[in-house]
Ligand binder design. Structure first.
Ligand SMILES: Nc1nc2c(c(=O)[nH]1)N(C=O)[C@@H](CNc1ccc(C(=O)N[C@@H](CCC(=O)O)C(=O)O)cc1)CN2
Ligand SMILES: Nc1ncnc2c1ncn2[C@@H]1O[C@H](COP(=O)(O)OP(=O)(O)OP(=O)(O)O)[C@@H](O)[C@H]1O
Length: 205
C-alpha cells in the first residue's frame, strides 16, 4: 500500500470545507432576528447611498429578489429607482450557465424561475454593478454561495469579455469569516455591503 501526500489544495477537501461552512452559515443567517433584519434592510440602503450618489446616469444595478433568509435589499433597490438609477434582477437560464439579467423595478411583474427564484420578463442586459447574495464572505472578497457557481460563471463571463463590472457582495455583518475556502474558479468580489457599511476588499488573495 502506498500512502500519497494529500496536497493542501485537494479540490475535494475544499469542497467538503465549503459544504460544512454552508451548513454553519445558513444556520447563522437564519438566526438573525426579525428586528435585526428590518434594521439591516434600512442599514443596507443607507450604507449604499453615498456610493449611489456618485453613480453615473449609465449605471445599471443588478440586485436580487431575496430568498430564504437573505438580507433584504428591496428598500435599497427602491431607493435607487427613486434616484432614477436603473435596476435589474438575475435570471437562471439553466444549470451550469452564467446568469442573465433583466431590467426590473418594484411593482413590475415577475415569473417563477428555477431553484425557487422569481425573475422579470424581457430582454437580457449587462448591469454595471452586481449586488450579490451570499452565505459567507471574507476580507479578501471571497464569497460562499449555494453551490451553483452561477455568480462565478457570470463574473468570469464579464472578465473574460473584458467588460468592467463592480461586484459587491451583500450580507449581514455576522456572515463575515476569516477565510472562505476557495478553488481556482472562485471569482473575488470588489466589495462587501453590510448594514455597517461598504467594505472594499483588501485584495490580499
Ligand atoms: N435571491 C437569490 N437569487 C438568486 C441567487 C441567489 O443566491 N439568491 N442565485 C445565486 O446563484 C441564482 C439562483 N441560484 C440558486 C442556486 C441554488 C439554490 C438552492 O436553493 N440550492 C439548493 C440545492 C438545489 C439543488 O441542488 O437542486 C440548496 O442550496 O439546498 C437557490 C438559488 C440567481 N438568483
Ligand atoms: N467559470 C466557471 N466555469 C465552469 N464551471 C464553474 C465556473 N465557476 C464555477 N463553476 C462550477 O460551479 C460549481 C459550484 O461553484 P461554487 O461552489 O463556487 O458555487 P457558489 O459560488 O457557492 O454558488 P453561487 O455563485 O451559485 O451562489 C463548481 O463545481 C464549479 O466547478
Amino acid at each position: 500500500m502506498t500512502l500519497g501526500i494529500i496536497p493542501l489544495s485537494d479540490p475535494s477537501l475544499i469542497e467538503n470545507e465549503k459544504k460544512a461552512l454552508r451548513a454553519a452559515m445558513s444556520a447563522q443567517r437564519l438566526a438573525v432576528s426579525a428586528a435585526e433584519r428590518n434594521a439591516a434592510a434600512d442599514g443596507l440602503r443607507v450604507a449604499f447611498s453615498a456610493y449611489a450618489r456618485g453613480m453615473s446616469d449609465a449605471a445599471l444595478v443588478a440586485g436580487y429578489m431575496p430568498i430564504r433568509s437573505e438580507a433584504n435589499i428591496l428598500p435599497l433597490m427602491a431607493d435607487l429607482a427613486e434616484r432614477r438609477i436603473a435596476t435589474a434582477l438575475p435570471v437562471v437560464i439553466a444549470k451550469g450557465m452564467a446568469l442573465e439579467f433583466r431590467r426590473w423595478r418594484a411593482g413590475e411583474p415577475l415569473e417563477d424561475g428555477l431553484y425557487g427564484t422569481h425573475h422579470p420578463v424581457g430582454m437580457g442586459v449587462w448591469p454595471t454593478v452586481l449586488l450579490i447574495p451570499l452565505l459567507a464572505f471574507d476580507p479578501a472578497g471571497f464569497r460562499l454561495g449555494y453551490g451553483g457557481g452561477f455568480y462565478d460563471r457570470t463574473l468570469d463571463a464579464y472578465r473574460a469579455g473584458g467588460m468592467s463590472v463592480v461586484a459587491i457582495g451583500v450580507a449581514y455583518a455576522c456572515q463575515q469569516v476569516p477565510h472562505v475556502p476557495r478553488l481556482p474558479h472562485d471569482q473575488p468580489l470588489d466589495a462587501i455591503l453590510t448594514e455597517r457599511g461598504l467594505l472594499w476588499s483588501n485584495g490580499a488573495a
